[in-house]
Design a protein around this ligand. Structure first.
Ligand code: HEM
Length: 291
């Protein structure tokens, strides 16, 4: 059951991060002339992500119900599911989140420029509201509010970073084909510039999460939670190093030549893969006792 729940968490975290990061990239970083063609290329990915977010959120409730019942049949037992949804703090938050996921699907499915802002806002709410569940609700009062706020910021910055990589890769392609090259370069430069803030804040909010969950750095590695968290931090460090290599070595040395574009296409695929590994790790250790 724990493995199934971890799988739901993985699908939900990653899809919510892609839905937010990709729509924010198009609506906030892309120059006006690039927005419509970039959204046309990203829309099916964001729609798929929004659909996966809703389905995985529904399965997450079923898995929580099975856990509560202590047997698989609890996943589809109406009384147990109702108990989870209406009699637990998680369930009350989840009702709102399920509704937000459904509205997000509508906002992505409807082809309308006027929905660009609301779409990104909705995707941000779907992602950040995860901060109202899990270990982030271990404390109450001011400390509790700080923990939930740090977790919401953590998710939004991680989403902007990892979820922004697919439209970044699309801009690399536009650059190589010469179509809207100037606008694509502007969008990539903005992603790189704001990327410094995403990375900085994901690390600061992550360290806040660490301090408020286990009281300090995860050493010694005396529990599975600490070992997986330390592994996550090491992979984040290599991901940040790759982002710095992109910005201060590849682009600095080769500009946006054909060689640089090929290298950036390779490193952005590696970044997406490392991002997925990080989310997989937290999907597992977020279920463990933070001892
Ligand atoms: C690309 C970088 C990162 C990504 C994609 C990422 C992703 C995530 C996600 C999806 C969660 C789950 C939040 C939840 O359950 O509400 C999370 C939680 C967490 N993250 Fe990160 N994170 C990143 C970087 C970091 C860094 C650098 C640190 C440490 C300095 C960190 C420490 C934590 C901790 C302690 C939690 C709470 C886990 C728990 O539920 O106990 N993360 N992160």
């Amino acid at each position: 059951m724990q493995a199934a729940l971890a799988l739901c968490r993985f699908a939900h975290f990653l899809s919510a991060m892609i839905a937010f990061g990709a729509s924010a990239y198009v609506s906030l970083l892309a120059p006006i002339a690039l927005r419509r063609p970039l959204w046309r290329s990203s829309r099916s990915l964001v729609l798929a992500a929004a659909l996966v977010a809703l389905v995985s959120a529904a399965f997450w409730v079923a898995m929580e119900s099975a856990e509560m019942a202590g047997e698989w049949s609890g996943a589809w037992d109406p009384d147990t599911v109702e108990g989870v949804l209406f009699d637990t703090a998680f369930g009350r938050v989840w009702q709102v989140r399920l509704l937000l996921c459904a509205i997000l699907i509508g906002a992505v499915a409807v082809r309308s420029e006027t929905l660009r802002g609301p779409r990104t806002g909705l995707a941000a709410l779907v992602l950040a509201s995860l901060g109202l569940t899990g270990h982030a609700v271990m404390q109450t009062g001011a400390i509790g509010a700080l923990h939930r706020g740090a977790d919401a910021l953590h998710l939004l910055c991680a989403g902007a970073w990892i979820g922004g990589l697919p439209p970044f890769a699309l801009c690399l392609r536009a650059c190589a084909s010469g179509e809207l090259r100037g606008e694509a370069v502007t969008a990539m430069r903005r992603y790189s510039r704001y990327g410094h803030f995403f990375v900085g804040f994901v690390i600061v909010s992550g360290m806040t999460n660490v301090a408020l969950t286990i009281g300090g750095p995860p050493f010694p590695l005396s529990s599975p939670y600490r070992a997986l968290l330390a592994t996550k931090m090491a992979i984040v460090a290599s991901l940040a190093a790759l982002a710095l290599l992109n910005r201060y070595v590849i682009v600095a040395r080769w500009g946006l030549s054909a060689t640089a574009l090929r290298a950036l296409q390779t490193t952005s695929v590696i970044e997406i893969a490392l991002g997925a590994v990080i989310v997989a790790l937290v999907s597992v250790f977020g279920l463990l006792d933070p001892a």
